[in-house]
Design a protein around this ligand. Structure first.
Ligand code: PLP
Length: 462
């Protein structure tokens, strides 16, 4: 009976039309909606707390429930006044391409499972390697996000450093492997630490390098490196947006054959801008890189990328076999990652790149950075202290004391007008602003700053 109903094409068309109407409503309402759902809206989530029903529900009613309770409890990070974490919005063309791709429901595991998914990943790989100025022949693996991209890189670096010393982890396992040295900045991103731990390195073995007040590795403090070392650098510190000094650091590592990985979740994109490329000079000397298209490039979620200079080392680490697998003369995405079945992540990425072109990507990055500087200026006028050198898209601010900073942060988070996250930066509570959405304009910044101005009164009155 149910399956019979689903086979009814009319039913399907009606459902899609209904979903489209709901989506339009959501988009039209974005300007007026709370950036973060208020307590009353969040109470609606209780409507989902039920046991799995025994019986089927009319599909149109299912969508209605999603619209009624779900769409009111979203976080509007796609709009123009969300500054939390480092989260991009989505470009309309990418969002629409995602909807088309989801309808195609392609499996990007092999060329045989989806020629179009495979082709678009091949094209995106070629375009991105050129756009970011990575070495010719660099391979891209399309993963969920930067956490996963970092994990892929750690696994590959580990296996390859040992492989070069005559030890094959894939066949022998780690039981008798020589320990690899891991050198990283004191303020490396938490996902790097997690990826290293997952790859079996053990946190207590890390060699941390002290950092300056922007979180940059102190070059003079880097220990002697060797061909048994993994050096992890950062393009875009998660609080300050600062970049490590790649030229001297990569040169030092290269001389002795250490593996260099760069976590550039949002910072790697600086390479596509003439104005900001200076930040990332020398990064092309590394062996692997992480980035997110769902951050700076404003592609919808699930768009992380691992780049690896040496195709063979990534394939050696990730290759699976099975008599039913049908490899081809094409790219075959599963050669480059852990996953077999996988969403066709290249579709919306390709759409974004094709739409923007090189100039558009550069304009997007320049605009985010310019708006971050504008925001910092406006906040300073209000009397907030700017705690970082605003070199990229991140701004961290404080009031005179941690208590006041906390109060303002809470007031901002409860305002519904804008949303920021908090952090502790080098011992001080800070309010973090990330300008990572194409929807953030100077007008939206003015509106946000006006709101903060009003909230400041309540902070001091308490
Ligand atoms: C966001 C971020 C990550 C983690 O990326 P996800 O896509 O959220 O997994 C890693 N490193 C840095 C520097 C980041 O900003």
């Amino acid at each position: 009976m149910l399956i019979e109903n689903m086979r009814n094409e009319l039913d399907k068309e009606e459902l899609l039309n209904q979903a489209m109407t709901f989506m339009k409503e959501y988009i039209d309402n974005e300007e007026h909606a709370n950036v973060y759902p208020d307590k009353e809206a969040l109470k609606q989530l209780e409507n989902f707390d039920e046991d799995l029903p025994n019986q089927s529900m009319n599909p149109s009613k299912v969508l209605e429930l999603l619209q009624k309770y779900g769409s009111k409890t979203t976080v509007h990070h796609t709009g123009g006044r969300y500054y939390g974490f480092v989260m991009g919005s989505n470009l309309p063309v990418s969002q629409a391409a995602r909807l088309m791709g989801d309808t195609w429901d392609q499996n990007a595991g092999l060329h045989a499972t989806s020629p179009i998914a495979d082709k678009l990943e091949e094209v995106c790989e070629r375009w991105l390697v050129k756009l970011l100025g990575l070495p010719k022949g660099t391979v891209a693996s399309f993963v969920s996000g930067s956490s996963m991209a970092n994990f892929y890189a750690m696994l590959t670096a580990r296996n390859e450093l040992l492989y070069r010393q005559g030890y094959d982890v894939v066949t022998k396992g780690l039981y008798n492997a020589k320990p690899i040295r891991v050198v990283l900045g004191r303020e490396a991103h938490s996902s790097v630490i997690k990826a290293l731990a997952l790859a079996g390195f053990g946190k207590e073995n890390f060699e941390y390098v002290p950092v300056d007040n922007q979180g940059r590795m102190l070059v003079s403090e880097v220990p002697e490196l060797d061909s048994n070392t993994l050096l992890i650098l950062q393009a875009g510190h998660v609080n300050t947006g600062a970049f490590d000094e790649f030229l001297p650091l990569c040169a030092k590592a290269k001389k002795v054959g250490a593996w260099v990985h760069i976590d550039g979740a949002f910072g790697l994109w600086a390479a596509a801008s003439k104005e900001y490329r200076y930040l990332i000079e020398g990064m092309e000397m590394a062996d692997s890189w992480t980035t997110d298209a769902h951050k700076t490039l404003n592609v919808p979620y699930d768009s992380g990328i691992t780049f690896c200079k040496d195709r063979a080392s990534l394939v050696r680490t990730m290759q699976a076999s099975g008599s039913y697998l049908q490899f081809s003369e094409h790219r075959d995405g599963m050669l480059y990652g852990v996953e077999m079945s996988r969403r066709a992540r290249g579709i919306e990425l390709w759409a974004a790149l094709k739409y923007l072109g090189k100039e558009g990507v550069a304009e997007l990055i320049d605009t985010l950075c310019e708006n971050a500087k504008y925001l910092a200026g406006r906040l300073q006028v209000l009397g907030l202290h700017i705690e970082n050198d605003v070199v990229y898209n991140q701004v961290i601010t404080t009031l005179d004391s941690d208590v006041e900073t906390d109060r303002l942060l809470l007031a901002i988070q409860n305002s519904g007008e804008l949303w920021c996250g908090g952090a502790v930066h080098q011992g001080k509570k800070v309010i973090r602003f990330s300008v990572c959405s194409w929807k953030i304009t100077k007008e939206e910044i003015d509106r946000s700053v006006a709101c903060i101005g009003k909230l400041l009164d309540t902070v001091y009155i308490q």
